[in-house]
Design a protein around this ligand. Sequence first.
Ligand SMILES: [Zn+2]
Ligand SMILES: [Zn+2]
Length: 359
Amino acid sequence: MARYVCTNCNAEYEEKTPDGFCSNQPACEYGSGWLKEVTAEGGTRGPASAPPLENGGGQSGPGGPLSFEREIGLCILMMDGSLSMGETAFPSTGYPGNKYHLVSMNAAGGIWSLKNITRPEDAFIVLCAFAGKPELVWIKNVKEIVAEHKTREAFSEYLYQTLETRTPEPRVTNLNSAVNLAYAIYKAYMNGDLSGFGGIKDFKPLSHKVVRHDGQGGEEYIAIPNAKVLIYTDGEHNVTAAVKNPFLEEPQSILMSAFIGEDEDSAGIKQMRNLANVCPKHAPAKGFFLVNSPERIQTLKGLFRMASGASGFCPSCLALERPIATAPETRTAPEPETSPNPVQDLAPSASEHEVPSGP
Ligand SMILES: [Zn+2]
Ligand SMILES: [Zn+2]
């Protein structure tokens, strides 16, 4: 008798769900598990991925002092909406979705996990779709997104439709124009005025101090703005101009990047790795994430979450956040020099002040 088991939570099904994904919510983290067929004698297979991240959990950090000047954090999502995203995400596996599914479900899940932070109205997301040209879709805060879409599933569906239908020049991939738009928005944030992009003005960009390690024993205190950019692609830059990175002009780049797909020979992998920041905490590690198999789905969701508000810049930062998110009782007290920060307080013990302990 054919049966199916979820790759994430091991829930068993007599029949496949209509979309092929696990419907065991909230126990199974949304978008993480899908159904694989197992034979009666084959038994169930082990979970394909790490334990799911806790879903926000309603924990709030210590409330920041009242402030009369609004302080906001910013996440610019530069999402590849090119036609190839409509292809099966991981053809060599049984993953049931295309790449639009993959990124929409995990972006929605990652952003949704932030809805219980202390001040979701001050955690802003800039949604952009790009291929041959980038398009800014909107700037909204997490509170507005949750109120508007009601459920993670509805928000995921909205993202899917947006990427599929609103991406200009979907047959081309121009990383330069995408990164340049992200940089212009970032500079506007640093100037406290996003009105030129349809966002708010008269706010104060947040920053926090971190110890930057140079990877050779040296360290220094630097201020990092509470803004991040995440760009991903499943393709490669295919217009004539060479890829340039304006974020290299900044004292610390806040650009994270990912490559999605099984094509290990794609030039896009090297291009995305080159664009990524050098993590201030884990140098020379770069803020680049390769999502080339279903086992990396948790990484993708964690990456969207990290870009949208939780602290961290690179895969090592993400690995530090994960156990904390599943075991909130082990959190340590926030360190005094941590600024009161509406979007960083999810994971105070993953603060950049800490030296990572070994694996
Ligand atoms: Zn499941
Ligand atoms: Zn790091």
